[in-house]
Ligand binder design. Structure first.
Ligand code: 13P
Length: 339
């Protein structure tokens, strides 16, 4: 394991003022999102769509890394440059999603376990040759009646740790993503309790597998009220509870925490990150690794029409800049309408 290389990649991923763009939707997920807007999903429309983000002017200022999907890491920009080299030339670290999805956990109705360890060493070697310097593996924890179970939390944490160890062996920084879903009517207190139990187990398993904490980036959910909960916590409460939970569970050796957006509105995801950075006492960099909250406005604006690309690019650049400001606690809601 080249510890120095891992540390310097992780530092670049959480560099001040920047965050990560998650553009690693599987075919199924991107097709569902395209079809909801009447956009055809083909290899070329997906390529064109992803290029919109990679080529945007704001990308080199505000995006430290992009998480790619297997198809995208093998595609090229319109000028013929393979996407990993294209991103690298713009100062953006290319990354790759390597899990093969969350499947039903046997014996645990309503719960999932993430798969993808079989053959992972070989796949990581290939992705490294293709230019990937970090990877992502997403585990999913569902809150519901009597769940999550210990069986679900332990199986997912073990998978994350095995994946992270394999990544580091290959010279790839693992994004460790245990996502406690916001779906459901549960309270923010319940989300906090489950997030804490999950993170404690994840860091225990990372330790057992000998993962170098300085060479990972944690990608957690924020502590929020369930999407269907009648009482929705304020921005300040989300920020305070999320930071409290992370302080209780995440060693300060971890260089950075890059949140997922998880179904929050674009503006909520930005405001929550901003509020945490305003508190300003965290021992890690606090940044974003958003998928939907960075892409949604641009996808709607583009709608699959070439002529809409400039407006779609502008929509993305606005969100990227808002999140870049939130990264430093310098975002104001009034900026949304000012631009
Ligand atoms: P969202 O920000 O849309 O939750 O996506 C982030 C991600 O990469 C999920 O794995």
């Amino acid at each position: 394991m080249d510890q120095d290389a891992l540390r310097s990649i992780a530092a670049a991923m959480v560099a001040p003022g920047k965050g990560i763009l998650a553009a690693d939707e599987s075919h199924g997920t991107i097709t569902k999102r395209f079809e909801a807007l009447g956009i055809e999903s083909s290899e070329e429309t997906r390529r064109r769509y992803r290029e919109l983000f990679f080529s945007a002017g704001a990308t080199s200022e505000t995006i430290s890394g992009v998480i790619l999907y297997d198809e995208t890491i093998r595609q090229s920009a319109s000028d013929g440059t393979p996407f990993p080299a294209y991103l690298g030339a713009r100062g953006v670290v290319p990354g790759i999603k390597v899990d093969t999805g969350a499947k039903d956990l046997p014996g645990h109705p309503g719960e999932k376990v993430t798969e993808g360890l079989d053959g992972l060493r070989e796949r990581l070697a290939e992705y490294h040759r293709l230019g990937a310097r970090f990877a992502k593996w997403r585990a999913v924890i569902t809150i519901g009646e009597g769940i999550p179970s210990r069986g679900c939390i332990e199986a997912n944490a073990h998978g994350l740790a095995r994946y992270a160890a394999l990544c580091q062996e290959a010279g790839i920084v693992p994004i460790v993503e245990p996502e406690v879903l916001m779906d459901g009517a549960h309270t923010i207190e319940r989300c906090q309790q489950v997030t804490e139990e999950t993170l404690v187990e994840v860091f225990r398993q990372l330790h057992v597998q000998g993962v170098l904490l300085e060479g990972i980036v944690l990608k957690p959910n924020m502590v929020v009220s369930g999407a269907e909960c009648a009482v929705q916590a304020s921005v300040e409460e989300v920020a305070a509870r999320t930071l409290d939970t992370l302080r209780r569970c995440v060693p300060s050796a971890v260089p950075g925490i890059a949140f997922l957006s998880g179904g929050q509105s674009d503006e909520d995801a930005t405001a929550h990150l901003d509020a945490m950075n305003r508190i300003g006492t965290a021992p890690w960099q606090l940044t974003f690794s958003y998928g939907r909250a960075l892409q949604a406005a641009a996808m709607r604006t583009w709608g699959g029409q070439e002529g809409n690309l400039p407006a779609a690019t502008a929509a993305f650049e606005h969100r990227a800049r808002m999140n870049g400001l939130a990264r430093a606690g310098r975002y104001e809601a009034a900026m949304e309408s000012a631009t």
